[in-house]
Write a protein of this length. Structure first.
Length: 247
């Protein structure tokens, strides 16, 4: 992935191939998808994924509407997440994996989520997270910006994937939780589950070589289980689940 243009659709195509080739990494995505499945509301309606390009969630949710910000041959809809082409209250769930922290205008997106979800509909995301451990790792070993002190939620856009702040989900849903609740009272935070202090790092992600063989994955999963009581200090990612409430 070195020297690749992050905003080139072909880079996303390559990411998809790498995730399947790197079995250690692929298993992490499988675990993420199972967590997401468990939180999908039991309501009739369509399930929407934002930024589907590199993933394979559709293998677990065949009815999924797959979307991307640029053209890819296997997508159902090409869209800007700040202006979604869906009717009011017609989407049961909005799902994202490693996408929210790339949104330079998160308020516009959140307003769209409120518009398209019915009462009881949910938004679920897996995102990088801010802890003592991740604050040491991300600035040193990851190419994306990591700025928990960013004052504004919005930031300049350089491109759909090159634009990012890995700390953005934590900023909005933890640091600025009171502000978020005032601005979006319809979106109630159901739970936030920090996770994955070691496995993603050891997998090498989509940018680096794996540091551990696939056969060691169950051992590292066992190690991470032992860290659950202190995951708020060690987690590098988090599952965030929000539900639209009647106000």
């Amino acid at each position: 992935m070195r020297n690749r243009d992050l905003d080139d659709p072909m880079t996303t195509e390559l990411r998809r191939q790498l995730i399947h080739q790197k079995k250690f990494l692929e298993q992490i995505y499988v675990d993420w998808y199972r967590l997401i499945q468990a939180d999908i509301p039991q309501k009739t309606g369509q399930i929407l994924e934002i930024g589907s390009g590199a993933g394979f969630l559709d293998q677990y949710l065949p009815e999924l509407i797959k979307t991307e910000v640029f053209y890819l041959s296997n997508m159902d809809v090409i869209l800007d997440a700040a202006f979604m082409p869906f009717s009011h209250e017609k989407i049961t769930a909005v799902i994202m994996t490693d996408v929210f922290h790339h949104l330079s205008e998160p308020r516009r997106f959140l307003h769209e989520v409120v518009r398209i979800l019915p009462v009881g509909g949910r938004m679920m995301m897996i995102e990088p997270w801010v802890t003592k451990w991740s604050s040491f790792i991300y600035p040193r070993f990851h190419h994306e910006p990591f700025n928990p002190k960013m004052e504004s939620w919005e930031f300049p856009s350089t491109g759909p994937l090159s634009t990012s702040n890995q700390a953005l989900p934590w900023i909005i849903f933890v640091r600025d939780r009171e502000k978020f609740s005032r601005e979006f009272p319809q979106l109630q935070i159901i739970h936030i589950q920090p996770m994955l202090p070691f496995r993603y790092l050891l997998s090498g992600g989509v940018s680096l070589r794996a540091l551990m063989p696939y056969w060691s994955a169950p051992f590292w999963k066992w190690v991470e289980k032992k860290f659950e009581p202190v995951m708020d200090k060690w987690g590098m990612f988090a599952l965030v689940v929000l539900e639209k409430a009647k106000i």
